[in-house]
Design a protein around this ligand. Sequence first.
Ligand SMILES: *[C@@H]1O[C@H](CO)[C@@H](O)[C@H](O)[C@H]1NC(C)=O
Ligand SMILES: *[C@@H]1O[C@H](CO)[C@@H](O)[C@H](O)[C@H]1NC(C)=O
Ligand SMILES: *[C@@H]1O[C@H](CO)[C@@H](O)[C@H](O)[C@H]1NC(C)=O
Ligand SMILES: *[C@@H]1O[C@H](CO)[C@@H](O)[C@H](O)[C@H]1NC(C)=O
Ligand SMILES: *[C@@H]1O[C@H](CO)[C@@H](O)[C@H](O)[C@H]1NC(C)=O
Ligand SMILES: [Zn+2]
Length: 465
Amino acid sequence: MKRLLITLVGVVHFLSLVSGAPQKTFQERQEEIASYGDVAKAIINLAVYGKAQNRSYERLARLVDTVGHRLSGSKSLENAIQIMYQNLKEDGLENVHLEPVKIPHWERGEESAVMLEPRTHKMAILGLGSSIGTPPEGVTAEVLVVTSFDDLRRRAPEARGKIVVYNQPYVNYSSSVLYRVQGAVEAARVGAVASLIRSVASFSIYSPHTGIQKYQDGVPKIPTACLTVEDAEMMSRMASHGVRIVIQLKMGAKNYPDADSFNTIAEIRGSKYPEQVVLVSGHLDSWDVGQGAMDDGGGAFISWEALSLIKDLGLRPKRTLRLVLWTGEEQGGVGAFQYYQLHKANISNYSLVMESDSGTFLPYGLQFTGSDKARAIMKEIMQLLQPINITQVFRDGEGTDISYWIQAGVPGASLLDDLYKYFSFHHTHGDTMTVMDPKQMNVAAALWAVVSYTVADMEEMLPRS
Ligand SMILES: *[C@@H]1O[C@H](CO)[C@@H](O)[C@H](O)[C@H]1NC(C)=O
Ligand SMILES: *[C@@H]1O[C@H](CO)[C@@H](O)[C@H](O)[C@H]1NC(C)=O
Ligand SMILES: *[C@@H]1O[C@H](CO)[C@@H](O)[C@H](O)[C@H]1NC(C)=O
Ligand SMILES: *[C@@H]1O[C@H](CO)[C@@H](O)[C@H](O)[C@H]1NC(C)=O
Ligand SMILES: *[C@@H]1O[C@H](CO)[C@@H](O)[C@H](O)[C@H]1NC(C)=O
Ligand SMILES: [Zn+2]
């Protein structure tokens, strides 16, 4: 019996060697992960209490106070990319380079929306990315207020020649954002001349929240902008009382030919399996309002910080840790798509892809997408963060810039924190350094560094489905 067992184990071991499948048992992996306890403590001490404290915040402040926002296609984005290239070189990181990407170039120009009836009221708006402009005299029309796409369909006969105002309730970002992305197309289908969308926001102090919208072939392009929650609700109340509303919308928005840009890359080369990669990332581009400090300066800079911390401790993981600062994310993950096309030939050597693009406030934990076996390993790794009591592993590790890899089977992870706060400032004039907290960034960077280092240094890659 014992002999048979040994033979079986031998066969399984041999098969797994041949197929490249994991060879360690879960218990062996647990023990291996526990052996990173001291490294995790060293990272935490350096990032949260030691010499590196507040560094990611201070580095970020210097960049965004200097260059400001970083809209796709803008000079300030390209300026920021060149500054980051220098920063990463001066930090002593390896294989620092830029990978060219063509990205959309849209500019908002001057814009205004004035309610003419039932009273004069100048409204705060922000044109939506890729929207066309209006003629110089603007578009003046009566308003049709709807609360959903279904409501619009029911009232389609009333929409012709009107400005459709969507007052959809905020449910969550992923479902409510469809109004921003598709609102203009749906309104144009039923003959509207423009559409104004209630900002996709968890909270409002009269602030419009911009973002990308998409036209569809075969559907007329109409100008589109977002409104504040306050104005959308007010117009909804007016309409429910039968009050006629007229708005004059002026937008100077223009689309230009695609511009030259770059994904910015830096590494700590692996000591034993340099071809194998753990990718950590955030996006460098932003909207053209505020400073893009939260979205996604924070994610980009804790990702850089993760490599800095590991380097400062003199650590070199077995596989390569690769930092990618994406370009053109806000235009629909344009830089990420280019990177995937270029590097997917090596997909079998990507152990984990990580993206922070939902805020770098005090983390609740890690969101993870991958096989059950990989999830069990991530739960063990998160136990290394006991000293800062952030050990939870949630679902839904996807993010715009890593989704191609995750869909193709690579395990993926995102940072989870206070999304209510995040979507209060998202894509607004209020996305500035004032939203950021150096101590919270320290903790987020420590988590990011511990997870990326451990996965990059464990003897085996994360198992896939
Ligand atoms: C880090 O920032 C916090 C919060 O602003 C501050 O209290 C602390 O003194 C800073 N630490 C260092 C070393 O500057
Ligand atoms: C968002 O809300 C929709 C509609 O209620 C729901 O189906 C979806 O699961 C929610 N998504 C998240 C991420 O909570
Ligand atoms: C793929 O990986 C190999 C090493 O395994 C490397 O030489 C090559 O440059 C990589 N290709 C890309 C496009 O990343
Ligand atoms: C992946 O890395 C291994 C070594 O770790 C190498 O032998 C193999 O060629 C790489 N695969 C690809 C597709 O680059
Ligand atoms: C640790 O975090 C959990 C939630 O993630 C919380 O319930 C608990 O109170 C925290 N413990 C300490 C000692 O802060
Ligand atoms: Zn973002």
